[in-house]
Design a protein around this ligand. Structure first.
Ligand SMILES: Nc1nc2c(ncn2[C@@H]2O[C@H](COP(=O)(O)OP(=O)(O)OP(=O)(O)O)[C@@H](O)[C@H]2O)c(=O)[nH]1
Ligand SMILES: [Mg+2]
Length: 382
């Protein structure tokens, strides 16, 4: 589930590319990888067989430029399309915030498209989601092939609900960014709705504003305007002027759509960063009576399989502990030494917190949690 992490000022979201075998999911991820600026992307990891069929999944981490002062970290996954990998598809889909359904436009693929869509809907339902409202965009791929079905018939068979849909030629990098941007917009809208403020009743002290409800930056759609209607399908093929994103230069991934569907709320809403651990769940937060939100955040990120986020949040937590010490020493390192944090552990934590997205492991995250808990305990004893 997408989360906002106040400590690291990050939103994390997982988007899964679903569709039948050979529809172009892996090609789409490769094209997105090639289209965005190198500094905004992590390594594209592909687990494929010799024939380039996806065996488990492909994974591409992306960092989207700042959204209302927050950094948006997207994790893009593809599922293996071949029929017999249903269990793997369920694993990959688990925890998704949005889906891009990549359909193969060829008439011969009609049955495979329908079967895959049915599998997606079944799996979403099993995970407690309503397929009719779950963030989703359709990508009609292989529009360049002579045997491509008209978009209208793809819509009739696969998209009777009229969800946003886009033509693409993934092998040429055309039309791959639009579905991603659209589903990201829907994911952010859903997150924004989840963290919407309760009816106005005065503020509680120390409350954190919900950054998703902040004033949109100048130039974006004004607050209070209705969300945009699903984009109309664009002309297919290489000559359709609007069919492809500008690939002349590497793209920054920016979202032009409004992030908040309602007026900016007043007063600021409390933002739940991470839910409190369920009863019976082991949690170090029970050691502390106050200020354990950050710790809960780290633990939640570990449970969610987001070690990089966990490490960075833990490092921020340790920095906050050090910053809160009432000593004359200015540097964090000197404060850490005064507090009795092991120097090697402190240095390792700093190193881990600078690892690029996707490189931290669960063990790293648990180590970072250990340093944070130690720092908190030591600070309490001062
Ligand atoms: N003509 C054409 N070929 C495409 C397009 N997109 C992908 N392909 C080709 O289709 C084949 C399958 O593409 P993949 O991206 O591997 O398909 P996939 O959906 O990941 O397949 P699985 O991993 O088996 O689920 C490759 O040979 C691609 O080059 C397209 O838009 N047009
Ligand atoms: Mg693949």
């Amino acid at each position: 589930m997408s989360t906002i992490n106040q400590a690291t000022r990050e939103i994390q979201a997982k988007i899964v590319y679903y569709g039948p075998g050979l529809s172009g999911k892996t090609t789409t991820l490769k094209s997105i990888h090639d289209a965005v600026r190198p500094e905004t992307r992590g390594q594209l990891v592909s687990l494929a067989t010799e024939g380039d069929r996806t065996l488990f999944f492909d994974f591409l981490p992306l960092t989207v430029e700042q959204v209302n002062g927050l950094t948006l970290r997207l994790q893009l996954y593809t599922v293996p399309g071949q029929i017999f990998y249903e269990a793997t598809r369920q694993l990959v889909l688990n925890g998704a915030d949005g889906v891009v359904f990549v359909a193969d436009s060829q008439a011969a693929a009609t049955d495979a498209n329908q079967e895959s869509l049915a599998s997606l809907e079944r799996n979403l339902q099993a995970m407690g989601h309503d397929p009719a409202t779950f963030p989703c965009a359709f990508q009609w791929n292989k529009r360049d092939l002579p045997g491509a079905e008209p978009v209208a018939s793809l819509r009739a068979t696969l998209n009777p609900r009229g969800r946003p849909e886009f033509p693409s030629v993934a092998s040429r990098g055309e039309g791959v960014m639009e579905p991603l941007k659209e589903v990201t917009r829907q994911v952010l809208a859903a997150l924004s709705a989840r963290t919407a403020p309760p009816p106005r009743r005065g503020t509680s002290p120390g409350v954190t504003p919900n950054p998703l409800h902040a004033e949109p930056p100048p130039g974006s759609t004004s607050p209070g305007s209705t969300p945009p209607a699903p984009p109309a399908p664009r002309p297919p093929g290489p000559t359709g002027p609007a069919a492809a994103p500008t690939l002349a230069g590497k793209q920054a991934f920016t979202l032009s759509a409004p992030l908040s569907s309602g007026p900016a709320p007043e007063p600021p809403a409390p933002l739940r960063i991470a839910p409190p651990p369920a009863r019976g769940t082991l949690s170090f937060t029970r050691l502390f009576t106050t200020g354990s939100g950050q710790l809960a955040d780290v633990e939640q990120a570990i449970r969610d399989g987001r070690p990089t986020t966990a490490v960075r949040a833990a490092a921020q937590g340790v920095a906050d502990v050090l910053g809160g010490l009432e000593v004359l020493e200015r540097s964090d390192a000197a404060r850490a030494a005064l507090l009795g944090i092991d120097g090697r552990e402190y240095l390792k934590l700093l190193r881990l917190s600078r690892l690029p997205e996707g490189l931290a492991t669960e063990a790293d995250a648990l180590f970072a949690l250990h340093v944070l808990v130690g720092a908190r305990l030591r600070a309490e004893s001062v």
